[in-house]
Ligand binder design. Structure first.
Ligand code: GDP
Length: 472
């Protein structure tokens, strides 16, 4: 018999109510032993499903807490088992004592995520939905939350099942044809397969593409603030975080460490990294900072490159920008307050002989965007916000019918599925025999199945649920 599990399911801070949750076949019996109504009676053993009961948790003659208990009977519960939730007064100590009492009466402490794991094992939700529960718990921003809620509603699972079904149709056709060649014809089947499954491969590829931007949005856009010493990087960081965080200094090259900080800008999370001033240097400590800054630029999703507009773009700036190949770059022409209006309107960003190179940079790389800025007067801030918002247009990802996968596990499986399906289609194009094609199709089918938790090994399941918090 599965053991009955119990845990505190709300946070462990003093709060209005703390919920102690219990699930399993013994849940009602255990709760009934310790719950008494105001008149001292037992009541829970005959309680109807989905009912709420007022009373006290007692141990012998001692009363531990005044509570409201919800009784939910299998199978229509979160876990699919009998579930009892005891709403205690907010004291952490009282709730802990209630939990200890449940354990003395026969419940076992639940592992993190065990309630949801039971829901999965009892067929209440598939693995994709269970992961969405983690997503909802851990969501740091609106996008992550909305994407997880969509997933929780089964939209990812639905899409995956649909794609799997199409692959299964072809697998069963091949099998039938190999078994019964008289009634099924494999003549020119390669073409049929290509026609039927190329759109499926395309859809999987699109899911992968969307999951890339999806995970950036869910985890936060890795943003590096870079530029030469004294360009105004620390000042920009301070403007963005809304409070003094980095040490702003007038001596070149003194902000050596990479500072990180998370901010939210119009619902988009940015993980900000301030790098040491990038400058060609021979001084060893500073050199480490410069190397690290260039590394950070390469790994970033977005580079906010700060240029001192009163000095203009330099050779060094051009060289630094060369290391940005795959990231969005916003060139912030800072300190425009030091320039005359004429200079600003006439293209402050391309002063000092850099005209041709800078122009070429924009032409060659559509991911480079230019904005006049002043960290001192906070000028250009609304434009910067708008630009970032348009680069990471989460609304577009969320409000069409398509689903976005944000879990790394699911994305890796999509990649596996696309490789196997790609191999099958390549084989079909090149006249490979059907039993070979069937193997690749099976691999693609399995990889997709693992996304929703079909045919996955126990250790994978354990790993998914380890990410949960206690009591969920
Ligand atoms: P970092 O070395 O790139 O981090 O540059 P800092 O943020 O430390 O700034 C260097 C100097 O430029 C400081 O004296 C700042 O006060 C000044 N500074 C930064 N942004 C602006 C700006 O928009 N206008 C003016 N006039 N000065 C600025």
């Amino acid at each position: 018999m599965e053991k009955t599990i119990a845990a505190i399911s709300s946070g462990l801070q003093p709060s209005g109510i703390i919920i102690v949750r219990m699930s399993g076949s013994q849940a009602i019996r255990i709760a009934d032993e310790i719950f008494r109504t105001k008149s001292g009676k037992r009541k829970l053993f005959r309680a109807k499903s989905h009912t709420l009961h007022y009373g006290f948790i007692t141990e012998g003659s001692e009363t531990l807490d005044e509570v409201l208990v919800s009784v939910m009977l299998a199978p229509h519960t979160y876990t699919g088992e009998d579930v009892v939730e005891i709403n205690c007064h907010g004291g952490v100590l009282a709730a802990k004592r209630v939990l200890e009492l449940l354990i003395r009466k026969g419940a076992s402490p639940a592992e993190p995520g065990e309630f949801t794991k039971r829901a999965f094992l009892n067929g209440k939700m598939d693995l994709s939905k269970a992961e969405a529960v983690i997503g909802v718990i851990n969501a740091q921003n609106d996008f992550a939350l909305k994407a997880s809620v969509k997933q929780l509603k089964g939209e990812v699972s639905g899409k995956i099942r649909e794609l799997r079904e199409k692959i299964l149709d072809e697998m069963s056709f091949i099998e039938a044809a190999l078994d019964d060649p008289e009634h099924y014809d494999l003549e020119n089947y390669g073409e049929v397969l290509l026609e039927k499954l190329s759109p499926v491969l395309e859809e999987i590829r699109r899911l992968i593409e969307r999951s890339e931007i999806g995970s950036i949005l869910a985890e936060g856009v890795k943003t590096v603030i870079a530029g030469r010493p004294n360009a105004g990087k620390s000042s920009l960081l301070n403007v963005l975080s809304g409070y003094e965080r980095a040490i702003v200094t007038e001596i070149a090259g003194t902000t050596r460490d990479v500072l990180t900080e998370q901010i939210r800008l119009k619902g988009i999370s940015l993980v900000l990294m301030d790098t040491a001033g990038i400058r060609e240097t021979s001084e060893p400590v500073e050199k480490i900072g410069v190397d690290r800054a260039r590394e950070a630029m390469k790994e970033a999703d977005l580079v906010l490159y700060v240029v001192d507009a009163s000095e203009g773009m330099t050779e060094e700036d051009m060289r630094n920008l060369q290391s940005c190949q795959n990231q969005e770059v916003i060139l912030l022409m800072n300190k425009t307050d030091l320039l005359s209006e004429k200079e600003v309107s006439e293209g402050f960003d391309v002063r000092k002989d850099r005209v041709r190179e800078t122009e070429q940079l924009y032409r060659e790389n559509e991911r480079v965007h230019v904005l006049p800025f002043s960290a001192r007067n906070r000028e250009g801030l609304p434009e910067l916000e708008a630009m970032i918002e348009s680069l990471y247009d989460s609304e577009k990802l969320l409000y069409n019918d398509e689903v976005t996968v944000t879990s790394a596990r699911q994305k890796a499986l999509l990649v596996q599925a696309s490789e196997s399906l790609g191999a099958a289609l390549f084989g079909a194009e090149n006249g490979l025999s059907e039993d070979f094609l069937a193997i690749d199709l099976m691999n693609a089918y399995r990889a997709l199945g693992s996304i929703i938790g079909e045919e996955v090994a126990d250790d994978v399941i354990d790993r998914v649920f380890e990410k949960f918090c206690m009591g969920k």
